[in-house]
Design a protein around this ligand. Structure first.
Ligand code: BGC
Ligand code: NOJ
Length: 816
């Protein structure tokens, strides 16, 4: 069943009923000011850091799930009838409803009783504010006397504190209303020097800033007293819960449309100029007034919206494909690329599943996200790499997460995820392959952000690799530490206190448990670093890394091969995990993917064998399951993985992030059909028709889909912020379509489904444009026989970089 449809022309997903199975959301903002917005205008806004600079409040664990947002109320002043034009929060029946989620904007239109309202929400480039442009139309044949109310509930900035520290919070709230603008200045007295403003383009009939006055005693957002009676209270918040609400009266002739603009923004003052005049409690708003005035003008809004469209044209223009599969085209050209940029902005901080409080930027997450956006925003990728690397320790270890505002490692989860450092090598390598910019390797980067500790980024990479080499276990495999990519595989949790979940405090990372996954990842990273070392003329070092990769490969084959697949790990006691010797958890997906990515088993048939086992034991029509059989009980020696009921998350869920590793591995061994079948099985657009099963947004990937052991097999969860976005983008574009940046140039080496008869693509690469045509007869499933570049046949499949501005015609011919 569908709840909407794709409008590919306009790059929008159109939702045609508000009661989607879950909130179907979108993101506003591309730089510093961000917002989440659902199909009913739910969600919140923040400046840079969803935890520390939260502008508007979100109430966790609410019912309904999607409640609290950028709400408007329309009131027919003749009858007293009022409703929400975005359906929530009044949920009054609407005669029509349509939500269009586009690239960094959302437009929600509806009608009731002959009154139409359409609201466009977006954050203009270069600004720290959001615009709500509301168009109200009177479709009746008589005049209409209407009221329009806006509303936001302010968060007292630190979202964690805001949700917990009530004895303080109920007394700190402060607002100021001047010239029709509502200013939220809680905390402005202190060192932070920031405030929010909420302005309206129309003269006000009234305003409210105290939530409980606006709503009335014992009322919720569905029935505000001010709206019901048709007049604001002009309330001023002193403590309690500051809000912003404007009341505007609109008299509309038949057929008339009026445009009303609301602007919600964030401002900072230089510390020395806090108050105006000094010593008073009045805000210094000199610098924001002109900004507000400008953005309340319809012409500025129109220009700002057009500029946002042009921004996305530029980003998405770096890769355009036309294939025989519409779901592939739509994801590659629009939605998957878009999701990759959103993961760049958010990492794992703020979604409807990530609270914006708990996690900041993940070290391993951000390095992997980079693979999906580096071609679109290389300069920002460069800066991101330097920020991430600056949180690395001199040991080579890394904070698992850091706070976007401060860029400091956050101590909630410190070191000890032993895969973390290696992702930095893979992220940097992707950047250098895409851009050809080697200067990044010489950039001085500190350890743990300590000034004076700077070494080159290249040296950071060396330490990442050494970190693994210095932490090998009894079989010569890398020690897993607290966990590797699979956060929940906590193999050093050997506490035998019954009923105590994942005891990780003592010896959590000090135990002897080993990871075959990290071993595969090490082989991959060591080879990548060897290639970078060669590029820098450090041949001896390169040879050392290659030898280390070879040695680890031999260890994997000796101790990590189980007979028909790669083992997952050895636990604290030295027992294998992910082996036919186990009663449950016999085969895991991660090492099958990562070992093959590292090239292990490619020459001796082990890779093909392992992939066959994946197909046989883990593949389902809804994607590939993480492990089988699911753990039926909690097992202290395995930790959090077994805390999940069978079929969910890491306990045999379809953890989508891992699926593209198998797609890539299948492409590496030349299995185009299998690779593409896997790709389609989790492609959200291809799953649109089963939205009642999938339940999450059909335009972005979700972190997981319930596995076949779950009663809700096929149900997706945790949409948007997941490494699934970047890795699927890599799998389809670089391996199945085969357009792959390498140090030496752009490789074109597709591995396609047999039924396809080729495809076309345009790729910007190092300032030149490549017009690629891949030809193949339907039914053929071979590899590229030869490339023709600008009319000349060349050897191999790497197109050397062309001069900046060049347009290069590449023809790839696939034969049996
Ligand atoms: C989840 C993991 C996640 C981790 C983040 C665990 O509970 O199962 O998927 O990576 O939390 O801290
Ligand atoms: C989600 C986390 O963000 C990611 O870092 C981790 O690898 C997976 N969960 C698997 O546990």
């Amino acid at each position: 069943m569908r709840y909407g449809h794709f409008d590919d022309e306009r790059r929008e997903y159109v939702i045609d009923r508000p009661d989607t199975p879950l909130p179907w959301i979108n993101y506003l903002g591309t730089e510093e000011y961000f917002g989440l917005v659902s199909n009913t205008a739910g969600g919140y806004s923040f400046y840079r850091d969803a935890r520390l600079r939260r502008l508007t409040r979100y109430r966790y664990n609410n019912a309904p799930f999607d409640l609290g947002g950028r709400y408007l109320y329309v009131r027919d002043d003749a009858t007293g009838d009022f409703w929400s034009p975005t359906w929530q929060p009044t949920r009054s029946p609407l005669d029509s409803y349509e939500c269009r989620h586009g690239l960094s904007y959302t437009r929600i239109a509806s009608a009731r009783g002959g009154i139409r309202a359409e609201t466009l929400y977006f954050v203009p480039l270069g600004e720290t504010l959001e615009v709500w442009r509301v168009r109200v139309t009177n479709d009746r044949d008589t005049a209409a006397e209407l009221s329009l109310f806006s509303s936001v509930e302010f968060c007292l900035w630190d979202a964690q504190d805001d949700a917990t520290n009530f004895q303080r919070n109920f007394s700190t709230g402060q607002v100021e209303v001047a010239d029709g603008v509502i200013y939220h200045k809680t905390e402005y007295r202190e060192r932070r020097d920031h405030f929010a403003y909420f302005a309206c383009s129309e003269p006000l009939a009234g305003f409210d800033t105290q939530r409980d006055t606006f709503l009335g005693p014992y009322r919720g957002w569905d029935q505000p007293a001010a709206v019901e009676r048709g007049a604001a209270f002009d309330s001023e918040a002193h403590g309690w819960a500051p809000i912003g609400s404007h009341h505007v009266r609109l008299a509309l002739a038949p057929g008339e449309t009026r445009e009303v603009v609301f602007v919600l923004g964030y401002a900072e003052n230089p510390r020395t100029e806090k108050f105006d005049p000094p010593g008073s409690q009045t805000l210094n708003k000199r610098h924001v007034r002109p900004v507000i005035e400008r953005w309340l003008r319809p012409e500025t809004v129109a220009e700002g919206f057009a500029a946002l469209g042009a921004y996305w044209d530029r980003l998405l223009g770096t890769l355009r494909v036309t294939t025989p599969d519409a779901d592939t085209d739509r994801m590659v050209n629009i939605w998957n690329a878009y999701q990759c940029v959103v993961t760049f902005n958010m990492s794992r901080s703020a979604s409807f599943y990530e609270s914006g409080i708990g996690r900041g930027m993940g070290f391993r997450d951000s390095n992997q996200d980079l693979l999906g956006f580096v071609h679109m925003i290389p300069d920002r990728a460069r800066q991101r790499i330097l920020d991430i690397a600056a949180t690395q320790m001199a040991t080579g270890g890394a904070y698992h997460q850091y706070q976007p505002l401060t860029k400091r490692g956050n101590n909630d989860i410190g070191e000890g995820f032993n895969d973390d450092p290696l992702w930095l090598v893979l992220g940097v390598s992707a950047y250098v392959k895409e851009t050809g910019d080697q200067t990044i390797l010489d950039e001085p980067v500190p350890f743990d952000n300590v000034p004076g500790s700077e070494v080159s980024l290249y040296e950071h990479l060396r330490r990442s690799v050494t970190y693994t080499q210095e932490r090998l276990g009894p079989h010569g495999l890398p020690l897993i530490g607290r966990a590797d990519w699979n956060d929940c595989l906590n193999l050093n949790c050997f506490s035998d206190t019954p009923g105590e979940p994942f005891q990780t405090t003592e010896n959590a990372s000090g135990g002897g448990a080993e990871s075959v996954f990290i071993a595969g990842q090490f082989v991959l990273a060591a080879k990548e670093l060897a290639a970078i070392a060669e590029l820098r003329g450090r041949d001896e070092e390169a040879a050392g890394y290659r030898a280390a990769a070879e040695k680890m490969t031999a260890v994997i084959i000796e101790h990590g091969w189980d007979g028909a697949w790669f083992r997952r790990a050895y636990d604290f006691h030295g027992h294998p995990v992910g082996s036919s010797e186990n009663d449950e958890g016999q085969i895991f997906i991660e090492p099958q993917g990562m070992c093959v990515l590292g090239g292990v088993g490619l020459d001796d048939g082990l890779a093909v064998r392992a992939l066959g086992s994946v197909a046989e034991r883990l593949a389902t029509p809804h994607g590939i399951i993480l492990q089988q059989p699911a753990y039926s009980d909690y097992r202290i020696e395995l930790g959090e993985i077994s805390s999940y009921p069978p079929g969910y998350k890491e306990n045999a869920g379809i953890f989508c992030h891992t699926n593209p590793w198998i797609m890539i591995a299948e492409a590496m061994v030349g299995h185009g059909d299998r690779a593409f079948d896997y790709y389609r099985s989790i492609n959200p657009s291809a799953r649109e028709a089963i939205s009642e099963v999938h339940r999450c947004e059909p335009y972005v990937y979700a972190q997981m889909i319930a596995g076949r052991d779950a009663p809700t097999h096929g149900e997706a969860k945790n949409s948007w912020l997941t490494g699934t976005a970047a890795w699927n983008f890599v799998a389809i574009t670089q391996w199945i379509l085969g357009i792959r940046p390498e140090l030496a140039g752009l490789r074109v080496d597709p591995v396609l489904p047999a039924a396809w008869s080729g495809f076309r693509a345009t790729r910007e690469f190092r300032s030149a444009t490549y017009e690629i045509t891949v030809r193949k007869a339907a039914g053929v499933s071979g590899r590229v026989a030869y490339l023709v570049v600008d009319g000349e046949r060349i050897d191999g499949t790497v197109v050397p970089p062309a001069p900046a501005g060049a347009v290069v015609a590449v023809e790839a011919v696939i034969e049996q």
